[in-house]
Write a protein that binds this ligand. Sequence first.
Ligand SMILES: [Zn+2]
Length: 62
Amino acid sequence: MELTVGDILYMKKAHPCGTHEWELLRVGQDLKMKCCGCGHLVMAPRRQIEKNIKRISKETEK
Ligand SMILES: [Zn+2]
C-alpha cells in the first residue's frame, strides 16, 4: 500500500466524532494522522492502520 503525506484516508470504522476521513501527517513505521472532523491526532503502527483503510484519496487528485 502506497501512502504519502497529505493523503486523505477513508477508514472503515468511524471516529467517535462521526467522520471517516483522516489526513496523513507522517509516514514511517508508525503513521501519524489527523481526524478531519475534530482534529484529533493519532499515531499508530502502519500495519494496524492499513487494516482499517477503505480508500485513499491522493493529494494530487483533488
Ligand atoms: Zn474525530
